[in-house]
Design a protein around this ligand. Structure first.
Ligand code: C5P
Length: 403
């Protein structure tokens, strides 16, 4: 569900009081779906227990080059540890370890792993304010940054010495945000903004009734998640739904009517790089919403309606050269032909066709079967989960953006 899923994070803990926060950091990373391998300097074990970190990370924790075993000691291979990791985070990084890194020392498992690892290194310094401000430390940090280490800032506030100032290790949540930002920056859609419309719209008839449709919003949510996992900043504009959106790691704008969705989309559209209209927008809206519930006894023979704004067509008209616009087409016959007409009429870059003729495709289902269509090409996919379909769509878009 997020950028840290299945990421292999090697956490190097060095001997500073901020080490007491690392169990929370490990727990947060594990909860985010990352795999965490902890290594420590011997002095770090004075501040936080390897047992605690081992329980939370569900792995053995190493603080020495060898571990005692029954017959003979086993080697804690720092080369393999460095090779395993997608990212090496050193937190807290003490002034001493920072100096060791600068001087290529391999006097502990952490420093040896720093020298041998080939993955990106993130460093979260933590020390007293004068140590941090010292020219020697600042020069060391500059040298590490020049060598490609991503040196994180420090927090400002109460320090273990009783003094107050710059030198605190960043809080675990902030560290996790930095790690996410690191993976986002290096992901295929890193730095791109993606807008997705999803779900149905409800067009009120009176305070309790509406014109709507059976769209669940699941395809749109799957697209938003795939975009986020690929590193994009995501904005999901979604109509009424019962999806679990409380803790999603991107911005969600809930709307009810086609007009509200239109306003929200137009407000944000100029900022985005990719927009995908997956919403099943109601095509008609009652001309007037009755202020009171319409009584059955009064009888009702017709509801005068007016067309809703075509949001996708509006995006097509406003489209700038750097923007990539994708629509959906749910067709019951002559699918490709009709989808291609829409592609042109709405000035789209691509259109995703799902056919009502295909079992398991369309509204409410967990699966979908699509054809990705551009003016000059069509790619048809098998029936898949909506999550897998969303990833297929972004792979196709990324390929098109590359050309
Ligand atoms: O023309 P049609 O409604 O079949 O086009 C479907 C596509 O247009 C979908 O991408 C849908 O999200 C979008 N759409 C829209 N606003 C409307 C109607 C459809 O954005 N009022």
């Amino acid at each position: 569900m997020n950028l840290l899923r299945k990421k292999k994070i090697l956490l190097g803990i060095t001997g500073g009081i901020a080490a007491y926060k690392t169990p929370l950091l490990v727990r947060t990373l594990i909860k985010s779906g990352a795999e965490v391998q902890v290594i420590m300097t011997p002095s770090a074990t004075d501040f936080v227990s390897p047992l605690t970190l081992s329980v939370l990370s569900k792995r053995e924790v190493y603080s020495t080059f060898t571990s005692p075993a029954k017959d003979h000691d086993t080697w804690n291979d720092h080369v393999a540890l460095g090779g395993w990791a997608d990212l090496f985070l050193v937190a807290p990084a003490t002034a001493n370890t920072i100096a060791d890194f600068v001087h290529a020392k391999s006097n502990s498992l952490v420093t040896a792993t720093y020298l041998s690892c080939t993955c990106p290194v993130l460093l979260a310094p933590a020390m007293d304010l004068d140590m941090y401000a010292h020219t020697a430390t600042q020069q060391n940090l500059k040298k590490l940054a020049a060598n490609g280490v991503e040196v994180l800032p420090v927090g400002d506030g109460a320090l273990a010495s009783g003094l107050s100032g710059k030198g605190r290790m960043l809080e675990p949540d902030t560290l996790v945000s930095h790690i996410e930002a690191h993976f986002a920056k290096n992901a295929p859609l890193g730095g791109k903004k993606v807008l997705i419309t999803a779900g149905p719209t409800y067009e009120p008839i009176d305070p309790v009734r509406f014109i709507g449709n059976f769209s669940s919003g699941k395809m749109g949510l799957a697209l938003a998640e795939a975009a986020h996992q690929t590193g994009a900043e995501v904005l999901l504009v979604i109509g009424p739904n019962s999806l679990p959106l409380q803790e999603v790691p991107f911005e969600v704008i809930p709307v009810v009517t086609a007009n509200e969705m239109h306003q929200s989309v137009i407000h944000h559209y100029s900022d985005v790089d990719i927009a995908i209209a997956a919403a099943a927008v109601a095509d008609f809206s009652p001309q007037q919403k009755a202020l009171q519930k319409i009584k059955k006894s009064n009888g009702l023979t017709a509801i005068p309606v007016a067309p809703t704004p075509d949001i996708l067509a509006a995006m097509g008209e406003l489209k700038q050269s750097h923007q990539f616009l994708v629509g959906f087409a749910l067709e019951s016959e002559h699918g490709v032909q009709n989808a291609k007409k829409k592609l042109k009429a709405k000035n789209l870059d691509a259109i995703v066709l799902n056919s009502l003729e295909d079992a398991g495709a369309g509204f409410g289902t967990e699966t979908n079967k699509i054809t990705y269509i551009r003016a000059e090409k069509e790619i048809s996919y098998e029936l898949k989960s909506k999550n897998a379909v969303a990833h297929d769509i972004f792979s196709a878009i990324l390929q098109d953006l590359d050309q």
